[in-house]
Design a protein around this ligand. Sequence first.
Ligand code: KG4
Ligand code: ZN
Length: 343
Amino acid sequence: MDKQGNTVILGVETSCDETSAAVLVNGRELKSHIISSQIKTHQKYGGVVPEIASREHCLHIRNVVSQALTEAGTGFQDLSAIAVTYGPGLVGSLLVGVAAAKAMAYAANLPLIGVNHLEGHIYANFLEHRDLEFPLLALLVSGGHTNLILFRDHLDYEVLGHTRDDAAGEAFDKVARTLGLGYPGGPYIQKAAEMGNPNAFDFPRAMLEPGSLDFSFSGLKSAVLNTLNTAKMKGEVLNTNDLAASFQDAVVDVLVKKALRAIEQLESSTALKTFALAGGVAANSRLRESLEKELDKCKIRFVYPSPALCTDNGAMIAIAGYYRFIAGDYASWKLNAVPGLTI
Ligand code: KG4
Ligand code: ZN
């Protein structure tokens, strides 16, 4: 706590290829937010190389944290707690953040808060929209996860659906790689799709069993690969922009339909107030527009974070950590990285 009695949280994120730290006051005011991205380093390999990622975190964590504290005009003595991502993610990457946060919290005699990265993505919405009401339905679409989650209150939630194979972001990345676009694939597919025809290819939309809120994107990914391979064998050249647009529309279609299916199923028992989109794929403008259009008809408030807060960042960890802090949910010194942590 600082001299004015404010709750000041330092959030630390190192689960994948972003080293990030942020200082958040009273769960509202973002005093600083530093993100050191490794994308350029991994781009030449077409994906994240875990060993390189951990080494990069080791190199940058100190500077990122001290820059965040300096920019916020905060010292360790002003902090109320240190929040850190402990999973899911790459084990070596997570360990760097967890070890750093533990060392800082121990040395400064501060509480340590362990944050689930996936909760962090959803809580990113609370950074920009402070008056969000519950019940809240969240659609989390990241590189490794696709979930529909019902929040009845802060930190009180139930997972309604999850992916049975590839996550939405993973499908974007794999298809982009096959099309020879860059890494990470999502933004490149979006850009190519803007110049393509979404009706050029009729790709499958896996809706699974009637009523199911689970997701499956591996069939769609294979359909894109098969279309490309068949064309190659015939000596045909397909239009990349059309492929990207048709693929993107198939993903968006499934996500929107599943979201509407969940809303319909909850209708009789739960008066939903908010629908929150979260995770890296939440930056996709086609997905935002389609959800906006459909949710407008349902009269449920629709929110999503600004693009910089959709992908991995320390601010979302600071805000999720803030709610854990006020709930008194502190971690012990035994806190460890949990790469397969679920929500
Ligand atoms: O949430 P995130 O930063 O990392 C994980 O926790 O997994 O999500 C990264 C994912 C990548 O798969 C990336 O391709 C995707 O988010 N992504 C997008 C867009 N921007 C990032 N997917 C579609 N459209 C975008 N504009
Ligand atoms: Zn993430």
